[in-house]
Design a protein. Structure first.
Length: 330
């Protein structure tokens, strides 16, 4: 099934982002010249080619953000049809929600407006963001009304807002122990001595300096004070502390030695691509699963999202069954 979930489901801001390129390309009487190409008609409302192209561009830009960018002009027929089906589903939901009566609509819209404005440092910054997107305040407010009505419609039709039972949360936690496992961590501090160059002499001098520093530490000098004096790592300012780290955070040569040390033990100089490290382990946390109390809310939100998406799929399919839909895509 071609679902609406990818571009319709979710927060109000997702709805607004969708309709920023659905409108005015989905027809509202008198808004669009009839010369524009129609790619679908949903209950008498055309969806225009420009809306489809805008959506394909949005999909391509979303791909770029994840390192999977595509040229919107190179989407194949299946991908273009899938994108059009998503716009059709969005239009069906828009039509259905636009007819839904919302109590205290203006108050709810104003509350949402204030929430959105609160994400900006000032009123001027908010208005400037609209201007940069080529959108007037009136157009934004129209979309905001539509979005609030949409969310209320979904809740009223029990598509969203249904809490996940505790039993499901607990079962998911039990069934996916690896997802909540926190690997062994050590609290470490280090002193980094970087060679002054890549030649053998520079490397030898750096190693000798590292050995001298270790001797000072073993003799009882304060590690933090020596780190502030001699380390070339940015952590020098905090006495060389890196906090709790898991394997893979530091270079492998560092990890191999650091995770083999006892608490309070100072390593011999360890060479990595960065230079020579003198490492001390301050504390150790064994690997263990995070307790359910810490992840319960995260699991509930995760499961609710997918449950809402499934219900949205079913609801959209019901709207399709009752709708008149003409596909005019080449």
């Amino acid at each position: 099934m071609h679902t609406a979930r990818a571009i319709v489901f979710g927060s109000l801001m997702v709805w607004l982002a969708l309709f920023s390129h659905l409108s005015p390309s989905t027809a509202r009487a008198g808004e669009v010249k009839e010369t524009k190409k129609v790619v679908a008609i949903v209950n008498g409302t055309p969806i225009y080619q420009e809306a489809l192209e805008a959506h394909l561009i949005a999909l391509a830009n979303k791909g770029k953000a994840t390192g999977m960018g595509r040229d919107p002009g190179k989407f194949d027929d299946y991908q273009r049809r899938k994108a059009l089906d998503a716009l059709i589903d969005a239009e069906l939901l828009r039509q259905a929600s636009s007819r839904y009566p919302v109590a205290d609509l203006e108050a709810k819209v104003d509350k949402r407006l204030q929430e959105i404005k609160g994400k900006f440092p000032s009123e001027e910054a908010f208005l400037k963001s609209l201007q940069m997107r080529g959108k007037s305040l009136d157009a934004f407010m129209a979309e905001l009304h539509e979005g609030v009505r949409y969310e209320e419609y979904l809740r009223a039709n029990k598509v969203t807002g249904i809490a996940v039972p505790d039993e499901e949360v607990e079962k998911f936690y039990r069934d996916n122990p690896k997802s909540f496992y926190v690997p062994e961590q050590i609290k470490v501090r280090h002193i980094l001595i970087e060679p002054a160059g890549s030649g053998a002499d520079a490397v030898a001098k750096a190693e000798n300096k590292a050995r001298e520093i270790r001797s000072r530490l073993v003799a009882g000098e304060d590690f933090a004070a020596v780190a502030k004096e001699a380390s070339t790592c940015a952590s020098a300012s905090v006495g060389g502390e890196l906090g709790y780290i898991a394997r893979g955070y530091m270079p492998p040569q560092f990890d191999t030695v650091a995770f083999s040390l006892k608490i309070g033990e100072v390593s011999e100089p360890v060479r990595s691509n960065y230079g020579f490290h003198i490492i001390e382990v301050l504390d150790r946390k064994p690997g263990a699963p995070r307790p359910l109390t810490e992840v319960r809310e995260f699991i509930a939100r995760y499961l609710q999202r997918f449950a809402d998406e499934r219900r949205l799929d079913v609801h959209t399919m019901e709207l399709r069954k009752k709708a008149s839909i003409q596909i005019l895509l080449d």
